[in-house]
Write a protein that binds this ligand. Sequence first.
Ligand code: LLP
Length: 437
Amino acid sequence: MMQLGTQRVRPDGHLEIGGCDVTELAATYGTPLYVLDEAHLRACCRAYRDTLAAHCQRSKAFYASKALSTSAVAGIVAAEGLGLDVASGGELLTALAGGAPAADLMLHGNFKAEAEMRLALERGVGRICVDSVDEIRAWQALAEELDARPRILLRANPNVKPKTHTSIQVGQLDSKFGLSILSGAAMEAVEVALSCDRLELAGLHCHIGSQVLGWQAFAQAAGELADFMAAIRDRFGVTLDEIDLGGGLGIRYLPEHQPPAIAEFVSHVVSALLAKLAELGLPEPLIMMEPGRSLVGEAGTTLYTVGPVKVIPGVRTYVSVDGGLSDNPRPEMYGAEYNVFIANRAADTPDTVVTVSGKHCETDTLFRDVTVAAPRRGDLLAVQSTGAYNYAMASNYNRLPRPAMVTVADGQAELIVRRETAEDLLACDLLPARLQG
Ligand code: LLP
């Protein structure tokens, strides 16, 4: 196993996280189960917050809550002093339910429905990141109607393409996100925003991609934003006061993944930005970052129960587990790979190559040709680094209930998302009268 956060192998060979024996967690809460290492999550929050504070006069870390949006996670992150990036009305209400102050929220998205926009203004969301000229005009009209004065950031597209899966590269010219600096669209949008008397254009935002295992592309994007800020000053005589560098730092899914540590990442990127701003004669703005995966990803572990083991001689050994595509679509969507091991015999030598499949009516291969200690029916399979974009993207395919989630810390486990029930699965169904009786 990779040693992540508080994970360790106990003398009896069981995996322990946050001081809790995972076999006991499985017995108490059932499987599949998402286990969240609260100390690790908090340490990652502090690494962003404190490194930003050490380098900048004014800074704010935001948690991109799309990675894992639950009330308790929002509460933990807010308690660590982070704001939250919310990308829908649902994420916004979840952040508020967790106790995050509305002023510390930033609303994102390339399609903000009118109901979501109203909700944001009515609740007093602190910042809105706008993604198109249409949207800027819509905010102006709504702000007039509601007598509000929202603070907005403009999402600029810096034309930087980081090295990662193509589905999660979003900083290049050909992207649905942001307004291109290169094409002039971003400058036109600034002009429109400055002409809207109801909007306070506070600054610029960019987000170039996700699961990026280096800092260089981010430093490059930061430089593009600084250049654009200088161009805005030269053209309109306006010096913007905020820069948000987005999220995107990658995590360790496999031992060979070697992302920079959070502190190293933040200091490289911020130093590059500050140097560029100084060179351009710009004052230091409020500097923001909004990581998702690198806050919650490694803190999450999924536990499955091993079911039938099927050996096809000379071909492959299939091991079925009690979850799959519905609790983790990432292997199918992005060819994502994970580190897996038998959690109730974590000290046993991994000596058997198997392919782990989910229980769906699909070829839902979760982990192909992974080497684990020979799995037996009833074993517990642990999957590391499932905190980000697993529960967040879970579905009810085959009408499977979504799993429960617990936080673990100092030997205590707490249920933060209960397992869905049969009633939950049927809750939205309506049976027309003509089909009843
Ligand atoms: N800010 C914005 C505007 C974003 O769109 C995102 C992620 C983030 C911040 C956080 O990025 P992170 O630090 O988590 O990389 N479902 C995909 C990832 C999609 C990322 C979407 N946007 C996956 O499972 O890999």
